[in-house]
Design a protein around this ligand. Structure first.
Ligand code: ADP
Ligand code: MG
Length: 478
């Protein structure tokens, strides 16, 4: 039945099904890079970019892969992998110093005019359709939706932001409050809304302002007796983006004036986009009447991106800057930096800078060194040997038997549990773990981990033993 089929056509049919069954980001990360390379009888061979990649597929997607391939090729279908081993990192000495952070330089110092051609504002004969004034939106075009990687961590905020930009003032998301701790993309997303609106509606007046700048302008206006101008200016805006409003805390006068502006804009169907470092619920020192206004719209949070999204973000940055790095390095960085996106970018920059200084290829060794210096909190890792020793002491079996073929119950249990703990407490690949147990293959490791998990779920004595051993291991790393 497979006669007329090619690897490409079979894979393309499979991929259509897979796309419907995994998240967009998972699809991009784990399926787009796969290349179908061969089809013989009922064996489809696909090429994957790394060992880690292959293990990830086997661990997370094997049943989906199996199902779809059987659907295409019948019950005898089998899947084989080809792993790319060649190194394709570019020579880092030719890599330009990246400028990921250029986005941060949204010329915070340039201030926009506060004193307008006041006559224009009051002129009742302003011709409709003609722009009254030209307000610089204070946007940085580097921050847009295209380069804001979507993941579970930001899906709601991103899609609400996108909806708002398509119909500013015309959705239920008014105000749109984006919140989350530092470095998770609030400014990026809020700016993306502004940029998108500008693109779609060039005649709309968009303005991005930090709360700090807003506050300073207001103080100046008070000093210069021009509070009216200040308020009028802000009332002209169609899409007002105010960043980091936690800064308004305990500044009553500023809150008061902002309340006025907010009401005016909202009543006139203008869009407000606000960001804060915590949920509006937890904002302190902000007046109740403002907080209750925030609840009129939507509050959407940003979370720390998961592993796949972190890979997506790194890849996007690398692509934008024309940099290539070995897949395993990208995985290593994404795996170890799990605090926020700003740190992730900084690690990438540090890595490339070191590499070009040392005129050295970026490999996992270099990444390890740099990232260790970089993240002080990187947890210490226990070794597989230590885990084996601890487990064997507990069950009173000789360590060497873990590497042998013995099927004695106690040994099997110690062996499987050691594998399970090695997987959970170290960053070794399944293949490496298998090697430490007398060269067993990765599928044995997966099987062992599942067996242990089943026992933990069903056998209380065993669960307690595991707890005791885990305590010992944890003590050695803390
Ligand atoms: P915040 O304002 O929350 O402190 P930023 O918006 O300044 O965070 O984001 C920090 C950095 O991380 C920026 O360079 C931004 O472009 C990047 N970033 C954050 N989230 C994403 C994402 N989902 N996709 C791509 N880049 C992101
Ligand atoms: Mg910010």
């Amino acid at each position: 039945m497979t006669k007329d089929k090619s690897a490409a056509s079979v894979w393309s049919a499979c991929i259509d099904i897979i796309r419907d069954n995994v998240s967009a980001q998972s699809f991009k990360t784990w399926f787009e890079p796969i290349k179908p390379v061969d089809l013989k009888d009922s064996v489809l061979t696909i090429q994957v970019p790394s060992q880690f990649f292959y293990e990830w597929l086997e661990e997370h997607y094997v049943s989906l892969l199996r199902k779809t391939i059987k659907r295409e090729l019948g019950n005898d279908a089998r899947l084989e992998y080809r792993i790319v081993v060649e190194h394709n990192g570019t020579n880092p000495s030719t890599v330009d110093y990246p400028n990921f952070n250029s986005g941060n330089a949204s010329n915070p110092e340039t201030s926009f005019p506060l004193t307008l051609q006041g006559n224009n504002i009051k002129n009742p004969f302003v011709i409709p359709g003609l722009k009254k004034i030209n307000i610089d939106p204070q946007l940085n075009s580097n921050w847009n939706f295209d380069n804001f990687v979507e993941g579970d961590c930001n899906r709601l905020a991103r899609s609400a932001g996108y909806a708002v930009s398509q119909k500013p003032g015309g959705t239920a998301f008014n105000p749109l409050v984006i919140y989350g701790v530092v470095g998770l993309g609030k400014t990026h997303l809020a700016q993306a809304v502004g940029n998108e609106v500008k693109q779609l509606y060039p005649n709309k007046t968009v303005l991005y302002v930090s709360s700090e700048k807003f506050t300073n302008q207001f103080f100046d206006a008070v000093k210069n007796n021009s509070v009216n101008d200040f308020v009028h200016f802000y009332q002209l805006i169609d899409v007002l983006i105010v960043d980091d409003i936690q800064f308004f805390s305990n500044k009553e006068k500023t809150q008061d004036i902002f309340f006025h502006i907010f009401n005016h804009l909202h009543q006139n169907g203008k869009q407000l986009v606000l960001t804060t470092d915590r949920s509006p619920r937890d904002l302190e020192g902000i007046e109740e009447r403002l907080l209750s206004r925030f609840k009129w719209g939507l509050s959407a949070d940003l979370q720390v991106p998961d592993f796949e999204t972190r890979i997506g973000i790194l890849e996007k940055k690398m692509y934008a800057d024309g940099i290539e790095l070995p897949r395993e390095v990208v995985e290593f960085v994404a795996y170890n930096i799990n605090t926020n996106v700003r740190e992730l970018e900084a690690a990438l920059i540090a890595l490339l800078a070191q590499a070009s200084l040392n005129k050295k290829d970026v490999d996992v060794e270099l990444a390890k060194k740099i990232i260790k210096n970089f993240v002080k909190t990187m947890s210490r890792e226990v070794s597989i040997d230590y885990i084996q020793k601890t487990v064997c002491e507990y069950f009173n079996v000789p360590v060497d038997t873990l590497k042998e073929k013995t099927r004695k119950r106690m040994v099997v249990q110690a062996r499987q549990l050691s594998m399970f703990l090695a997987k959970n407490y170290t960053k070794n690949s399944l293949k490496v773990i298998g090697k430490h147990f007398g060269g067993r293959d990765h599928s044995t490791v997966i099987h062992s981990c599942q067996a242990v998990q089943n026992l933990i779920d069903t056998d209380q004595d065993f669960r307690e033993s595991v707890n005791d051993i885990q305590k010992k291991i944890q003590m050695s790393i803390s």
